[in-house]
Design a protein around this ligand. Sequence first.
Ligand SMILES: Nc1nc2c(ncn2[C@@H]2O[C@H](COP(=O)(O)OP(=O)(O)OP(=O)(O)O)[C@@H](O)[C@H]2O)c(=O)[nH]1
Ligand SMILES: [Mg+2]
Length: 196
Amino acid sequence: MIIKTAEFVKSAVKPDHYPVTGLPEIAFGGRSNVGKSSLINMLLNRKHLVKTSATPGRTQLINFFLINDAFSFVDLPGYGYAKVPESVRKSWGPMIETYLATRKTLKGVVLIMDLRRIPGLQEIHFIEWLHYYNIPNILTLTKADKLSKTNQMKQQLAIAKALSVAVDDLFVFSAKSRQGKDAVWDAIEQLLGVHQ
Ligand SMILES: Nc1nc2c(ncn2[C@@H]2O[C@H](COP(=O)(O)OP(=O)(O)OP(=O)(O)O)[C@@H](O)[C@H]2O)c(=O)[nH]1
Ligand SMILES: [Mg+2]
């Protein structure tokens, strides 16, 4: 994929505020601080398009980006960070579920997990939501650069087992080493129905 343009469009909380583009869309979700924004920046070859931070839980709105004037990427707020205010934590579920349930142009969700951590109920519930709404998923295990190749494989197997999916359904990725970039792009392009 050649990225000609990538621009921030707007932040939104509810459907009234979502941009009306009609273009196919891919959303990126996962636990707070897992590396969602870094993954998006790396896919787009932009260092700072999406804000990343050492402080977890910073992305609390649904952020829309327009790529090549052809499709959209959406950075979803992360879940599971204890320090965000209770009101924010409570609104997270409905905000994400409303987006998944109503966004007609949504072609798939890249669910990002930490390769070093066995996923828990939050990830399992997220995947169940996606199945319920018939939304294809791309299951990505990031921060691979923090593990040796042998341990990457071990964790990939353990996570596949925990999620009851095939090992080949998991994409091992790193925003730092760029490992897995082409494979994740291929999967995204398939869901978008574009080849550029
Ligand atoms: N080593 C390594 N660090 C990473 C990788 N991806 C992200 N990080 C680091 O992890 C931290 C969080 O990254 P973000 O991309 O901001 O994570 P996020 O999921 O968008 O976080 P929130 O928006 O706060 O929920 C930052 O310090 C990143 O530099 C990776 O592949 N490898
Ligand atoms: Mg973020």
